[in-house]
Ligand binder design. Sequence first.
Ligand SMILES: *Cc1c(COP(=O)(O)O)cnc(C)c1O
Length: 408
Amino acid sequence: MHDPRISGLFAAADDGELLIGGERASDLVERAGDTPLFVYDRSVIDRQIAALRQAMPRGVELHFAVKANPYQPVIDHIAGQVDGLDIASAGELEFALASGCDPGEISFAGPGKRDRELDAAIRAGVTLNCESAGELRRTLTIAEMLGETPRIALRVNPTFDLKGSGMRMGGGAKPFGVDTDQVPALLRRIGEAGADFRGFHIFAGSQNLKPDAIIEAQAQTVALVAELAAHAPAPPPTANIGGGFGLPYFPGDVPLDLEPIGAALAETLANRPAILKDTRFILELGRYIVGTSGVYLTRIVDRKESDGQTFLVTDGGLHHQLAASGNFGTVIRRNYPLVHAGRANHPPEETVNVVGCLCTPLDKLGDKNDLPKADVGDLIAVFMAGAYGRSASPERFLGHPSPIELLV
Ligand SMILES: *Cc1c(COP(=O)(O)O)cnc(C)c1O
């Protein structure tokens, strides 16, 4: 529990058992009725949001990117504490609306929105972050048929990227957003059609642990928004300047320091061009809000030796937690933090491999982990499971049951 990636987030009982939201891991499994399960600790979510509010300049709004964790109780919990939700499908639109979030504070991004999704979004009154000329054409046609005024923001493919990101989403040829040279023509079209112009959306990258890179991208983003705003039918009411705040998933990763980012953003905004004086600035974050809150609990079903190594075979695996297996956007596989849930803070006694139950060598949750002695029936806890866990894993692969989810 002294792992810097999770230190201070989870405690252990006197006998060493992992506590999540103050409850014993084994009690949570009993409550859920089976393993594997994802447990999300709301106090960790609250803590992340509080840290963001504390560090970011007053007035900068915070959106939650639903795709990071679309479990309805999690969305409902977060919706009450952020300023809006960002969605990427009609399915997520349903979740967002069910949370009670004001449709005016929901924005819908993503390439390849189908006509029925544009229709649903326009009817609901959410902002469409338009990704292309073709999508703008379809949006305006559907809105006219419905007799509605669509809320439209333009997603722009920035000319720069967020340096050192786990996932690059801007710069060069991309399926996301509109290239800057195409922006003036589309803004003119939005104005001519009498649509409700909501502003700009620029997302330059994700999973970044370098404050300097984030600071630079934010400054470049605000400058780009100001430049493009000169072509807009009206000054942009909002500017979604992306996010990309990363989490320390791997050994040696250092948690992101929010303070310098907030200070630099305050300065960038204080010096912003006059055309943006009434613009509301939005940060959209997924993993930073929920990632650390989640723990994946899985039970050891077998213990075996092979060629001098010990394998703990669990009932979980990459069909629930693909990211921990190293197969979701990482080049080199490294271990997520993991403990023996019954003896979470006991000293290590052996080196083991923790694997899942799938018939593939990719299904590895821990490679050469130092753990206290673990046996069949014991629980393993894999941390950093709150974002891109269940919903970002191939759940149907091999036909095992769905994991259970709990918000505590
Ligand atoms: C995925 C995504 C996010 C959330 O990214 P995180 O790394 O989880 O913070 C935000 N905005 C857009 C446009 C995205 O595609």
